[in-house]
Design a protein around this ligand. Structure first.
Ligand SMILES: Nc1ncnc2c1ncn2[C@@H]1O[C@H](COP(=O)(O)OP(=O)(O)OP(=O)(O)O)[C@@H](O)[C@H]1O
Ligand SMILES: [Mg+2]
Length: 215
């Protein structure tokens, strides 16, 4: 499976989600490649900390920039069972070109109006990509949502999704939890963190199943 975690808004949890999925998929015994297309290099740093801590399984990560990305991904798809591409939080050549080769794109957004506005542009980018990649599936993940049950932002955001013809709302919601920050620091997925945060593990498992299905 070739997937992209991308979007035009910064700091929505893209690298967090990409790195968690990469580690979880590797734990299933799959050969996974994480491609960091963001010059900030956060996904690469995460994989590097994983290596520094000798965490098994290793998650292979490369950095790749520029318009040669689709050809490189198609070539690497012969060598890896799964490729997870992490794109930086802005419109970029990497984001646009990745949309042409991936099977699924997941777009994390925080439940705020500022993030929702950026979805207009993502809806258009997916529409354009469909002329080259007609089967692409695009899902929006509500990410970093409040854990306070009285805050209705996530359900309000869900209602606004009907406005976008190329985007669907993901079943999984990722909430703002300290476990994600702790795991990131050591190059781990939340499922590997000790002590476990069962709620973080549960929501990431829901997302994992949604992304990879029974494959
Ligand atoms: N679900 C979460 N709960 C708590 N903290 C989170 C969560 N997701 C992300 N964070 C934290 O928020 C910050 C931004 O997350 P991350 O780097 O994953 O976002 P990003 O979308 O990749 O950002 P960028 O657009 O800069 O690439 C990081 O400090 C990260 O640890
Ligand atoms: Mg990032």
């Amino acid at each position: 499976m070739i997937i992209l975690i991308g979007g035009e808004k910064g700091g929505t949890g893209k690298t967090t989600i990409a790195s968690n999925l990469a580690a979880m998929r590797s734990l299933e015994g799959r050969d996974v490649l994480l491609i960091d297309t963001d010059p900030q290099g956060s996904a690469n740093y995460w994989a590097q900390s994983r290596d520094d801590e000798n965490i098994i399984p290793r998650v292979a990560c490369i950095q790749k920039f520029g318009k040669g990305l689709p050809a490189e991904v198609q070539d690497l798809a012969h060598r890896y069972q799964d490729i997870i591409i992490d794109a930086g939080g802005r419109d970029s050549i990497e984001l646009r070109s990745a949309l042409v080769v991936v099977e699924k794109v997941f777009i994390p957004i925080q439940p705020s109006q500022f993030d929702i506005w950026t979805l207009n542009q993502m809806d258009e980018l997916v529409e354009t990509a469909k002329s080259f990649n007609p089967n692409i599936q695009a899902r929006v993940i509500i990410s970093r949502a409040s854990t306070n049950p009285s805050v209705q932002e996530a359900s309000e955001t869900a209602k606004l999704m009907a406005d976008f013809s190329n985007l669907e709302l993901a079943d999984a919601t990722i909430r703002d939890r300290i476990a994600y920050r702790k795991a990131a620091k050591d190059g781990l997925a939340v499922t590997e963190l000790k002590p476990k945060d069962p709620k973080a593990v549960s929501e990431m498992n829901i997302l994992y199943k949604e992304v990879f299905g029974n494959e």
